[in-house]
Design a protein around this ligand. Structure first.
Ligand code: SF4
Length: 226
């Protein structure tokens, strides 16, 4: 894919996004626009499927809306609430440390700057960028596994790590598209451009995709016409 084709590709993906029933949309509805909820959801979602995270967030958000609420829940009870997200025991401890730090260093508010966010326990570039983008409407590029995989498959970039991908995309992609990339590519990655078996035969942007690293044999065997 050429970078000049990106506006067209984004427009096509936006049109399809509304019709795709994908877990990331459920999760986005749960976390809403509240930076604290976005932060909690993002931390719980690591190594956990979005549909599981969404259910746990539902349960948790009936009880909490601010850092003090998490600190008021006994650890064993918080662990039970977080089950079945992956590493729920570690995440329960991490949430408590995070809330302590928010109260101690940020008056109980989620910081709206990258340095503040990555100073929080368990928060890396991906989570920090997601909170800035979704919670504060700041143009950032949140590169997760879907964005990394798909932009490489497009042949738009050629990178080995999400961090390299973030750097290259920031150089190539106009800032006005940064906030849209994550939402659209996570949905595409959950629905069609899946990690093991991309459904190129069903992909609305196939004409633009270079399919770097995608084996044609694998694609044919997935085709409903094969
Ligand atoms: S054409 Fe295939 S590899 Fe390219 S984005 Fe679509 S599903 Fe992914």
């Amino acid at each position: 894919m050429k970078v000049e084709e990106l506006p067209q590709v984004i427009n096509i993906l936006k049109k399809h996004y509304g019709n795709w029933n994908v877990p990331v949309k459920d999760l986005a509805t749960r976390r809403g626009k509240d930076p604290f909820k976005i932060l909690i959801c993002a931390l719980l979602s690591t190594r956990t499927r979005d549909e599981i995270t969404a259910k746990v967030c539902d349960k948790l958000f009936q009880r909490i809306s601010k850092p003090e609420d998490i600190l008021n829940i006994p650890l064993d009870e918080l662990e039970r609430t977080l089950y079945p997200v992956g590493f729920y025991r570690n995440k329960a401890k991490q949430l408590k440390l995070l809330c302590l730090k928010l109260l101690k260093d940020f008056d109980g508010n989620v910081p709206s700057h990258f340095e503040g966010l990555i100073s929080l326990p368990g928060v890396g570039r991906k989570v920090a960028n997601l909170v800035l983008s979704e919670g504060f409407n700041i143009p950032t590029l949140c590169v997760d596994t879907h964005v990394h995989r798909i932009t490489n498959r497009w042949c738009l970039i050629d990178t080995k790590t999400p961090q390299e991908t973030e750097k290259q995309l920031k150089e190539l992609v106009p800032k006005r598209y940064w906030r849209q990339i994550n939402k659209l590519l996570v949905a595409l990655g959950q629905k069609i451009c899946t990690p093991r078996k991309p459904k190129c035969f069903d992909c609305p942007i196939e004409n633009f995709c270079g399919k770097c690293g995608v084996s044609s044999a694998g694609l044919l065997s997935q085709s409903p016409l094969a």
